[in-house]
Ligand binder design. Structure first.
Ligand SMILES: NC(=O)c1ccc[n+]([C@@H]2O[C@H](COP(=O)([O-])OP(=O)(O)OC[C@H]3O[C@@H](n4cnc5c(N)ncnc54)[C@H](O)[C@@H]3O)[C@@H](O)[C@H]2O)c1
Ligand SMILES: [Zn+2]
Length: 368
């Protein structure tokens, strides 16, 4: 079992990664949360029917009530109303301030459960047991929680860290391949912004990763988690370094918004966003073209990614609407080498437009 620490000014917790960890969850939970009489597990009917038995396996001999709270799968249920329903169910079940919540699902469930934990009786503890590749390497770590509003994503939320994250790569065996590929884009992103050795390792091992080789998948998760954990530990609230995690996200978020989150999975939009960031970096001679080509090639091995219909102008306008840019001049994460990115503030609208246009041209050749 590998344990990766997250240590911020306000929180200190372990991220544990091990195949089949789910089957031995009870003692691990007790270690981080103490004896509990009841545990509330937020999950979806689909995930529970596939993995509920494994989840329950280590609890059977103990006097602990496991109370599953079901939410339907899907981003559209990531809303305040769902959180309210969950809170009401908890009240009815008698949950007090010492209650423990477990988020057992993908990023949608993780973000919602974290937010519920942040506001239920002004804050209770929760644990993340993420079940998608994306949530295992990204959304379960770092304490960002929240729900969507009709007018935009993640607009209500708070920082509330879990007391632990338990990652069982085995649960990914039931994940649709498209979800795995899309999540793996964030691994490529992590490698590009912070770990050249990991990038080279991915170049050699991506085939096995996508084929579901347990050892390779586990290793990829461990390294990706370590990169995110180190960045979050250095900068909890995205004042500087944490911004690096948004590589590819300025244009990626614009694509998601312009296509109303319907055409592409998150990672797929970020893949196009990274292509735009590469073009921008090469155009200002910040990144050698040969390195950009390697990143592009590795990224496209996770495709093919869906094409979408949006003009460069619409996408440009949408980048300004990204809430992360409201406070200041437009910040942009610029890849400057494989393994290194920097945050710059001097990207002009013309530069960004040119990068988006050249990304759209690339899409004509590579999209499906
Ligand atoms: N908090 C953060 O820092 C952060 C970071 C990145 C993304 N996010 C959020 O994460 C969300 C996306 O998360 P996601 O990509 O995990 O999507 P998701 O939670 O919607 O899960 C994707 C799909 O996979 C299914 N699924 C989950 N686990 C499965 C399994 N083991 N086997 C079979 N099917 C399974 C789900 O039911 C769902 O249909 C977005 O809402 C995004 O805003 C948050
Ligand atoms: Zn992302």
């Amino acid at each position: 079992m590998s344990t990766i620490p997250v240590k911020t000014a306000t929180a200190n917790y372990p991220v544990q990664v091990q195949p089949r960890l789910l089957e031995t969850l009870a003692p691990h939970l007790r270690k981080v949360a103490g004896e509990q009489r009841s545990i509330f597990v937020v999950t979806s009917p689909e995930i529970w029917s596939r993995w509920g038995q494994s989840f329950l396996a280590s609890f059977s001999a103990r006097k602990i009530d496991i109370l599953p709270l079901f939410v339907p799968a899907g981003e559209r249920y990531k809303q305040l109303k769902t959180v309210e329903h969950l809170a009401e169910k908890m009240i009815v079940a008698g949950a007090k301030r010492d209650a423990l919540l477990v988020a057992f699902g993908g990023g949608v469930i993780g973000d919602m459960t974290g937010f519920l934990a942040a506001i239920y009786m002004r804050g209770i503890r929760y644990v993340q047991v993420p079940t998608t590749y994306l949530s295992q390497i990204d959304s379960s770590i770092g304490g960002k929680t929240g729900v969507n509003l009709r007018v935009g994503k993640n607009l209500l939320g708070s920082f509330h860290h879990p007391v632990a994250v338990f990652i069982d790569p085995t649960v990914l065996t039931t994940l649709p391949p498209k979800e795995l590929r899309s999540g793996a884009v964030e691994s490529v992103k992590a490698a590009v912004l912070g770990d050249a050795r990991f990038f080279a390792w991915l170049e050699s091992n991506l085939g096995d990763l996508l084929a579901g080789d347990q050892e390779i998948v586990t290793r990829a998760i461990e390294i990706s988690v370590r990169i995110k954990a180190e960045i979050v530990s250095a900068d909890e609230h995205e004042s500087g370094q944490r911004m690096l995690l948004n590589l590819g996200h300025t244009v990626g978020h614009a694509i998601e918004a312009a296509t109303r989150y319907r055409t592409l999975l998150h990672g797929e939009a970020i893949a196009w966003g990274m292509i735009a960031a590469l073009h921008l970096a090469v155009a200002r001679s910040a990144l050698p073209p040969a390195e950009a080509k390697r990143v592009e090639e590795l990224t496209f091995r996770l495709g093919p990614f869906p094409r979408f219909h949006a003009t460069a102008k619409v996408l440009l306008d949408r980048t300004a609407g990204d809430k992360k840019h409201l406070q200041s001049a437009q910040r942009f994460v610029l890849p400057v080498a494989i393994g290194k990115a920097i945050v710059v503030q001097d990207v002009t609208q013309q530069e960004l437009l040119a990068a988006i246009q050249s990304m759209l041209r690339t899409m004509k050749e590579h999209g499906v």
